[in-house]
Design a protein around this ligand. Structure first.
Ligand SMILES: [Zn+2]
Length: 373
């Protein structure tokens, strides 16, 4: 089975990154596996396609994290479009079946270079970086992120944002350092101090990423949810199950506190497909309530991707495009979400992050104000 390019043959870095990940999983030595995974990540996060980095004499520049074994694979792919070296290693590997399974789970993922290409290509409709006024999913030191709320606010201002929401995990998700309600009250004070310092130049909202339980309920009470400016609901469990979970996701989007269905599937590149559901039914319910469907820009998530995004658009959904950053540097992941929105043809008017603050706040207090059906 040949490796499928994510969308067109243009995303050469995604093809190379995929082959290097295959090669990683074909290694018996953990050290070699780690090396090829590192090489794959280095290629996937390059700003420019490898084809543009080649010198006239065919030489590749030095790329940190890329050793001689990876260079040989890259050359093969650039010359022939495929890698016999990797295919042979996969065929010899006793993890062959697992590697083929992982290939299927890399569909519709964009490399960083492809994200930049799509953002710069005027042939696509949809939002540009200039339309994007604020990011509504990120994590601080109050759960599993590293920055303080002050560092987040300064980084967002540096990116030209007018607002953002810090959305740490709720207390039900212990593994991600979920915030207790006592901690949330203390965080609220820290956010108010940020807003006082910003004096109207920028507004930081206090959000929460609530965990969707097996039955579609949230890990906080209605009264607790009401203390936050914005409630995201996201699945973090039962992400490797083959059974249909439509009812679970319908319950989440129908929860009165929820404004954003975040990383709707919980898929992970090359690792898991996430929740299986009748997404048309979920998108219709979200559109009826004015709940935004998220495009999560974490490179390993890209959830929704542009194919499902197009589907949600046809069913009249509104969207949230977020970074899911855990460091201030990762705020750039919002660009991955923007690229998927452009590929899906989602107009800026349907994207809550492209609205002025007043319209965003009006929607947060009354989601039916933005209902499209
Ligand atoms: Zn999450």
């Amino acid at each position: 089975m040949a490796v499928e390019a994510p969308r067109t043959h243009a995303d050469v870095n995604a093809v190379v990154g995929g082959y290097l990940r295959d090669l990683a999983f074909a290694q018996a030595s953990p050290q070699k596996m780690f090396g090829y995974k590192r090489a794959a990540n280095a290629i996937l996060s390059l700003d420019r396609p490898l084809t543009e980095l080649l010198a006239a004499d065919g030489a590749l520049p030095r790329i940190p994290g890329i050793g001689p074994g990876s260079t040989r694979v890259i050359r093969e792919i650039l010359e022939t479009g495929a890698s016999p070296t990797v295919e042979q290693a996969v065929d010899r590997s006793d993890r062959r079946a697992d590697i083929h399974r992982r290939r299927e789970l890399r569909r519709h993922f964009l490399s960083r270079a492809e994200v930049r290409r799509v953002l710069a290509d005027p042939g696509f409709d949809g939002p540009t970086v200039e339309h994007y006024h604020g990011d509504l999913q990120m994590h601080s030191e109050w759960s599993d992120g590293s920055p303080t709320v002050d560092e987040i606010a300064d980084a967002c201002v540096g990116r030209g944002y007018q607002y953002a929401a810090v959305t740490d995990h709720s207390y039900g998700l212990k593994i991600a350092g979920g915030m207790s309600m006592g901690e949330a009250a203390a965080q609220r004070l820290a956010i108010e101090a940020v807003n006082a310092r910003m004096a109207g130049r920028f507004r930081l909202l206090q959000g929460i990423e609530a965990n969707i339980d097996a039955a579609g309920g949230l890990d906080l009470t209605d009264a607790e949810a009401a203390t936050f400016d914005v409630v995201l609901a996201a699945p973090h469990s039962k992400l490797r199950k083959d059974d249909d979970q439509t009812d679970r996701m319908l319950a989440a989007v129908r929860h009165p506190a929820v404004r954003v269905l975040a990383h709707p599937r919980g898929r992970m590149s090359g690792s898991r497909a996430g929740v299986l559901a009748n997404w048309d039914a979920v998108f219709e319910a979200a559109a009826q309530r004015g709940v935004a469907i998220e495009i999560d820009g974490d490179p390993a998530r890209q959830d929704l991707d542009f194919t499902l995004g197009r589907r949600a658009l046809s069913l009249d959904c509104i969207f949230a495009l977020d970074s899911d950053a855990h460091t201030t540097g990762q705020l750039a992941y919002a660009e991955t979400a923007l690229a998927h929105a452009r590929l899906a043809g989602i107009p800026a008017d349907r994207i809550v992050n492209c609205w002025p603050l007043e319209r965003l706040l009006a929607w947060l207090s009354n989601p039916s104000s933005e209902r499209r059906r």
